[in-house]
Design a protein around this ligand. Sequence first.
Ligand SMILES: Cc1ncc(COP(=O)(O)O)c(C=O)c1O
Length: 429
Amino acid sequence: MSLRTRQGQAPGPDEGPGWLPAALALADQLDATNPLAHLRERFVLPEGLVYLDGNSLGPLPAHVPAVVADLLTRQWGHDLIASWDSNDWWTAPLRVGARVSALIGAQPEEVLATDSVSVNLHKLIPAAVALRPGRGSIVVEPGSFPTDLYVADAVAAARGLRVLRVGPDRLAEQIDDDVALVVYNQVDYRTGRAYDVAELTRVAHRAGALMLWDLSHSAGVLPVDFDTHEIDFAVGCGYKYLNGGPGAPGFVVAAERHLEDLPVPLAGWHGHARPFAMQDGFVPAPGIGRLRVGSPPIISLLTLQAALDVYDDLDVAELRRASLSLTGLFLDLAVELLVPRGLQVLTPAEPQRRGSQVSLAHPQASAVVRALTARSVVGDFREPDIVRLGFAPLYVTHADVVRAVQALIAVVDGAEHEDPRFARPRTEG
Ligand SMILES: Cc1ncc(COP(=O)(O)O)c(C=O)c1O
């Protein structure tokens, strides 16, 4: 739906850059009726900044510094080693995992907050493959986040398996009874395209394969319904939409039906059934706790736990509605105003096919992102030519959407991205 039809009339000729007053009025109206709008106050966001990078690093929830201060000064500083019991440090990975479970439709006992996504994939991919003995291949999506591909390749090389790069659109025709496991991302980190978790999980299961979803770009913003769709395994990030802070532990999910026999490829003392027995010989803990390895980064883990308070009592369906409203407004404006200026929209327009980000292609995307940042609109660049903008419904407003479009127009119309200050830095290769 275009801005004009949403408003019922075209912006008048005296209203500045034509589209802007109508867009701002619409944004105000949408923000005023957004039931999640009050949540923005729960975050520390620099005045005037439009932060569209929560899909890389979520912002700081305002109550978290006090929790961390208590953690440092009282729990560590005063209670010291006793904290493993008295402050429940030992059970934290399970407790924080249970908090995440509510966001992804899993049982609390199915989720553990621990380690990075990469490490968690190193646990789950070999474990899943071992549950399908006699099958020799793993399917991955060629456009997956690279770590998923690296881990699948490494596991396959170590175990003499084949990795088939088959995109979701071709899974049904290509999967066969040699496939042990399919590893897909619910939302494509580059294009923002969302995949049909229910249908693709069914396709994998019909072929007798297991299904592992990387939820890094969906947990906290899209419904996952892990149990309803009988998903086998999942992983996801703690530092993106969950706002757990830089390097926050991720999470690992295994369906209850697999837990009893789940092999433990990365054995370590925290995953032992009786860690303090200090005995020779690994005996896996019952349940999801067997996927623990070594001492968790307690400060990060409890920071993530505190950050998750923002999600208390929130309904994922509500978050999804708010996210779609933000991306919908951005897409409407992008089609009318940015496409004619040479930016190409990569994210599908259909609501069920898009995540909580919108990606635009531009031949000088890296410089465009830097020029946007100079205008206090923070998104990020992804290879080869992508401007990636994340619309986290907890703190992004419709007014932010309009400001982002306004800034993009100013950058492109003023050729600001051609300023040598915004040339590609060496770290971007
Ligand atoms: C889809 C996806 N998977 C995995 C990762 C990497 O996670 P980690 O750094 O926790 O290994 C990312 C990071 O951006 C990601 O976007």
